[in-house]
Design a protein around this ligand. Structure first.
Ligand SMILES: *[C@@H]1O[C@H](CO)[C@@H](O)[C@H](O)[C@H]1NC(C)=O
Ligand SMILES: *[C@@H]1O[C@H](CO)[C@@H](O)[C@H](O)[C@H]1NC(C)=O
Ligand SMILES: *[C@@H]1O[C@H](CO)[C@@H](O)[C@H](O)[C@H]1NC(C)=O
Ligand SMILES: *[C@@H]1O[C@H](CO)[C@@H](O)[C@H](O)[C@H]1NC(C)=O
Length: 419
């Protein structure tokens, strides 16, 4: 082919650019907006008292034999009766009493858009357990700001996230080992990142104030710098070290008692069998509302459409005592109920709220919502024949789980019809 005259080429190029831009804009409208879901109705059937638990279990370091995507495909399909059994739950009150509540599920079939079985492998697959890729949010002025401030520490050694003025979402295994409640649950407390102390107020002068203005959204800055390869996430780089020295007032925690704890029966041994991992979530009600901004729950059918399939979460990893640790990473595989990824994380971060940011329908504003609960490191049976591969796993907020958690938080399922 001979050279094409410039005058022909130019308009074509311009057109291509315009078309591409239009396509990108459409993608933003369609894919980067929180979808609206009609969710099923989870209703209380009846509640019966149970004997007080023994509170004798010890925290588990990791789960194994979790049934992965291929493995789950071989399981018989879940009936409505099964689902109702899995979503029925136990409540433990601070006085040590325990109840069992059975639930009914209505309108499950109306959730048509939710895929029955999805399995996908992200194109942006991360190297398996490469260098440590976590950020320590060691400075109070950021850790007490949203979105970091919504992260809480659970006294059993886990993390959690505020999902209402006084409810915390965490992982079930932080409360219960499948057979009994952990020994720390009787005196369960939640640590909330404390606002700047009075002593620290006003320190640092003008220079500090300026910096704060420039770095308005720490999370965004970290994400951008990381993408540009500017930050050594371990904090060993000269840049981050000097930054830390300038402004380090370690965050501290304010502890609040838990009034009641709710765990789905699907988490209990012998109930959901190979799907136990799907029910690794629990909700705690605090005695006093901490007056801290919480994060809403969101439901997303697939992370494939999200930029780089990227999820974020912050928690209290136990190798960085007293500090909040933030990270983001791409999801490797997803099933209906679980997200498989290689986000760097240590055990203390179990129970963290996994969130993404999308636009609110009809608005330009971006909003973060929790789409999962970080469960932790697990050995996953990937083919149903016992071949195990390790992953970090998060439980997804499905329409059904949204309905349940919303019901736990509101105490009224009619408030929970749209996610
Ligand atoms: C508590 O422990 C005792 C003795 O090990 C056992 O018999 C009982 O079933 C346990 N109760 C509960 C509620 O787990
Ligand atoms: C994730 O996807 C890869 C590639 O498709 C597959 O080999 C692996 O078994 C999947 N993992 C799980 C947990 O299903
Ligand atoms: C424990 O607390 C619950 C909820 O507040 C209450 O219904 C129950 O009667 C209490 N039980 C005892 C033994 O105090
Ligand atoms: C979903 O499962 C059905 C039956 O197990 C199978 O035929 C179908 O191909 C699956 N769909 C996807 C998208 O994997």
């Amino acid at each position: 082919m001979g050279p094409i005259p410039l005058c022909v080429l130019l308009p074509v190029t311009v057109l291509a650019v315009v078309v591409a831009a239009a396509a990108a804009e459409n993608a933003v409208d369609d894919d980067y907006t929180w979808p609206q879901w009609k969710v099923p109705l989870v209703r209380k059937r009846h509640t019966v008292p149970l004997s007080s638990p023994n509170f004798s279990a010890h925290p588990q370091p990791e789960l194994s034999g979790v049934c992965g995507i291929e493995c789950q495909r071989h399981l018989p399909s879940t009936s409505l009766d099964d689902l109702e059994q899995f979503l029925s739950y136990e409540t433990v009150y601070e006085n040590g009493t325990r109840t069992y509540t059975s639930v009914s599920v209505q309108g499950l079939n109306e959730v048509t858009e939710w895929p029955r079985n999805t399995s996908s492998s992200s194109r942006h697959k991360r190297e398996v357990y490469g260098p440590d890729t976590r950020f320590t949010i060691s400075d109070k002025q950021y850790s007490t700001k949203y979105p970091f401030s919504a992260s809480v520490k659970i006294s059993t050694g886990c993390s959690g996230v505020l999902v209402s003025p006084k409810h915390v979402l965490t992982a079930a295994h932080c409360i219960h080992d499948g057979k009994d409640y952990l020994d720390g649950v009787q005196k369960l407390r939640v640590g909330i990142l404390r606002e700047k102390s009075r002593r620290g107020k006003g320190r640092g002068g003008r220079g500090k104030g300026k910096r704060r203005k420039g770095d308005k959204d720490k999370e965004e800055v970290l994400e951008k710098e990381e993408n540009a390869g500017k930050v050594d996430r371990k904090g060993k780089g000269r840049k981050s070290r000097s930054r830390r020295n300038v402004e380090s007032e370690k965050p501290s925690l304010r502890w609040t008692r838990v009034k009641k704890t709710q765990v789905p029966k699907g988490w209990f041994k012998g109930v959901s069998d190979k799907m136990t991992a799907d029910y690794d979530y629990a909700v705690l009600e605090l005695k006093k509302a901490p007056k801290v901004r919480y994060m809403d729950l969101g439901v997303i059918s697939s992370l494939k459409k999200i930029p780089a399939g990227r999820i974020h979460f912050s928690g209290f990893d136990d190798d960085r005592t007293g500090n909040l640790v933030y990270r983001f990473c791409s999801v490797s595989n997803e099933s209906n109920d679980l997200l498989y990824q290689y986000c760097d994380a240590k055990p203390g971060s179990s129970g963290s709220g996994v969130y993404i940011r999308l636009k609110e329908p009809g608005q330009k504003k971006w909003k973060r919502k929790i789409i999962g609960v970080f469960s932790g490191h697990q050995w996953v049976d990937v083919n149903g024949e016992g071949t195990q591969q390790d992953y970090n796993v998060a439980v997804r907020i499905t329409p059904l789980k949204y309905a349940q958690i919303c019901y736990w938080v509101n105490g009224d399922s009619s408030e929970c019809q749209v996610a």
